[in-house]
Ligand binder design. Sequence first.
Ligand SMILES: [Zn+2]
Ligand SMILES: [Zn+2]
Length: 332
Amino acid sequence: MAFKMRAMVLERANDPLRKRLDVAVREPGAREVLIRVLACGVCRTDLHIVDGELSEAKRDLVPGHEIVGTVMAVGKEVSRLVPGDRVGVPWLGWTCGTCEYCANGRENLCNRARFTGYHLDGGYAEFTLADERYCFKLPAYYSDSEAAPLLCAGLIGFRALAMAGSGKRLGLYGFGAAAHIAIQIARYRGQEIFAFTKPGDKEGQNFARTLGAAWAGGSDEMPPEHLDGAILFAPVGALVPAALAATVKGGTVVCAGIHMSDIPGFPYSLLWGERALRSVANLTRRDGDDFLAIAQKANVRTTVQRFALEDANMALDQLRKGLIEGAAVLVP
Ligand SMILES: [Zn+2]
Ligand SMILES: [Zn+2]
């Protein structure tokens, strides 16, 4: 049953993705499902991979780890999914299940983890294969393209929110796909949001206000009140001392991206007072289940900009330039 499909392929870092019409689709392995892709979100991590800032990508990679699709065929040992199910495939594609991290509920840190659209081919394609144990069933509440950004932007934002604590005033640095979802969950929980964009990005600041930000301004500004916690979605190390300076004693600053430019030196007084600085890495399946349940309860809506699969390079370029409001989604 092997056949060929259309896909956008990363042949070499820093080159545009190549459109191919002849990518072989193999039969699903024992625990795998074959999925027809209906939509695939474009994440900033894809940009880091394409730009060579993350260096473990497989050869001839099909990027994309916010995949919404329909199960077409299942492997011999698949027990959770049947053909016709609509599923989401996230970044976490496989874990070992036996290491110390996996054994104590921290599979996001598994040393042998394999990630979708990085170690494994992803969703910038007509079809993809995924291990059923890492797929999520998606609530009918979301259309295909609306659901796509939930699968990474939403999930990582959700994990970062938990780590930033439940203090009243929360800062979000970088107001893209992840922040536009995180703000809705945070407001549902009763938090007040302070949104920081690139200096001068009035459109981004207005977008944050339409989603209920109490204040929106440039990342070079101090918020009108100190923050109880902050999340950095922008991959800009220089924002770390800025966020610490804007945060109260005992507050936590969370770096939510997989890659960040170097953090400049800063005086210890910015960290003093029991401020905490930490990163958030990947996701667990538990995060996915918890997040998808709360997203629907909180009536989270996503703003998406759709692109044809063939226009993946354009979508990546617009993301790089900060021109996407909400999330970019590829539709094959
Ligand atoms: Zn493991
Ligand atoms: Zn992502």
